[in-house]
Ligand binder design. Structure first.
Ligand SMILES: Cc1cc2nc3c(=O)[nH]c(=O)nc-3n(C[C@H](O)[C@H](O)[C@H](O)COP(=O)(O)OP(=O)(O)OC[C@H]3O[C@@H](n4cnc5c(N)ncnc54)[C@H](O)[C@@H]3O)c2cc1C
Length: 387
């Protein structure tokens, strides 16, 4: 037997995608050796819960479902926590951590994505925080608890969820987005407007068609840390205690790129989640499937189930059905499915006292996607089936 076939499966990352993959492997195979290398502690938590931490007054530690060590014991893998992988050598079938080489039979990249921070000027740009991981939340939880005025950069899905949650927690929130409505890449205008109204009702100040151009420290200081003066492109100014960027995600592709693996927006994979390099696969927020990065739990779960079979010798193509996206804005809950943006010619709307349903139709009048809000969410599954 060659050294390569004896080597373990190595997984880089310990987020949702990595752990779903390990669970799927262990459902049918208890013997294949698995090593996990992760920049973080490997603790298992539900990342979407980060959208509710402020209103629930939670600590990062409250979100942990199992420690990395407990996961490693339960699912029998070797965890290298707080260990950044520096390089991949595809020709030698090994990864490098510092100068140490670790051989793999198969390598899985589950490196996730990082939050994008738009370019800005000023002496307080290092005060921009992100909430894309438990560790990032841990770093700011005290500051978040103390902050009274918060600027949220980005009115997309995560920005809207966080803004509503922070306002529900009693914070004075301003949400800035360059588009003319919230979640412009997902929602039709009517629903985006209703969501905006609910947020304004909670005290959120919306600065749409606008962007933050500069962040500077102010001279007056409260509790030792100065507040921040944010200047917008419209020349509006606002003074805040904290700035959170929720302006989109950038898949972590650098490791793959340095190894000569094909990347686009994410790490490019085929229908079997195989990258351009032999025996190297990718899934989750870092992967680009059919030209798209699908930074949601459901595609990662389906990818993990298919990839587990492939890694265990039964090549399995990923099939992605139309999927439901739940937007966690409890004062105006929304669900959507299918395509609600590209090639949509006509919106078919039904509005009543219970809520709103919007069907997205193409030029031939065929249903491509839908958005349902409030009580109309009980239609979501039948609409999903008809896609
Ligand atoms: C606030 C918020 C709310 C959300 N709400 C929802 C929701 O309601 N529904 C939904 O479907 N999705 C939601 N999502 C998205 C969902 O949580 C993500 O799609 C999913 O958790 C991504 O999992 P992942 O494993 O791909 O990446 P991550 O969880 O980011 O894991 C990446 C891992 O890679 C490791 N890593 C990276 N580089 C290296 C390296 N060089 N060496 C070693 N380790 C490395 C990191 O340490 C980490 O362990 C939300 C996300 C956020 C931030």
């Amino acid at each position: 037997m060659s050294q390569q076939t004896q080597a373990p499966i190595i997984i880089i990352g310990s987020g949702f995608a990595a752990y779903q993959l390990i669970k799927a492997i262990r459902r049918s195979d208890l013997t294949t050796a698995i090593q996990v290398f992760s920049c973080d502690s490997g603790d298992d938590y539900n990342k979407p819960d980060l959208s509710h931490v402020a209103s629930k007054k939670q600590l990062a530690s409250d979100l942990i479902r199992a420690t990395g060590a407990a996961m490693a014991t339960e699912f029998d893998f070797e965890l290298w926590a707080n260990t950044r992988v520096d390089a991949i050598e595809p020709d030698c079938h090994r990864i490098l951590v510092a100068d140490q080489a670790y051989p793999y039979s198969k390598l899985v990249l589950a490196t996730g994505a990082k939050a994008f921070i738009p370019p800005m000027s000023g002496n307080a740009i290092d005060r921009v925080m992100t909430l894309n991981s438990l560790q990032e939340y841990q770093a700011v939880e005290q500051q978040l608890a103390l902050a009274k005025r918060i600027l949220v950069i980005g009115g997309g899905l995560i920005g809207a969820e966080l803004s509503m949650d922070l306002a529900s927690a009693g914070k004075k929130v301003m949400t800035v987005d360059p588009c003319d409505r919230l979640m412009a890449n997902l929602l039709p205008e009517y629903i985006a407007l209703q969501l905006g109204k609910k947020m304004q009702g909670l005290g959120v100040e919306l600065a749409l068609n606008d962007s933050v151009v500069a962040l500077n420290h102010t001279s007056d200081s409260t509790s030792g840390s100065s507040s921040i003066l944010a200047k917008l492109a419209s020349n509006r100014q606002t003074e805040v205690d904290m700035v959170i960027s929720a302006a989109g995600l950038m898949p972590n592709i650098a490791l793959a790129q340095r190894a000569g693996i094909a990347v686009g927006r994410g790490i490019i994979v085929d229908g079997f989640l195989q990258t351009s390099a032999a025996d190297i696969f990718a899934l989750g927020d870092c992967a680009e499937i059919d030209g798209k990065v699908l930074a949601y739990l459901q595609p990662a779960l389906l990818s993990a189930n298919a990839l587990a079979k492939t890694l265990l010798g039964q090549a399995t193509k990923l099939e992605l059905p139309a999927m439901l996206v739940k937007i966690k804005t409890p004062h105006y809950p929304i669900q959507l499915g299918g395509n609600t943006v590209v090639g949509i010619q006509r919106w078919q709307m039904e509005i009543d006292a219970e809520g709103c349903s919007v069907n997205a139709l193409n030029a031939e009048g065929t249903l491509q996607g839908f958005v349902v809000a409030e009580q109309h969410m009980n239609r979501a599954f039948s609409l999903l089936k008809s896609l």
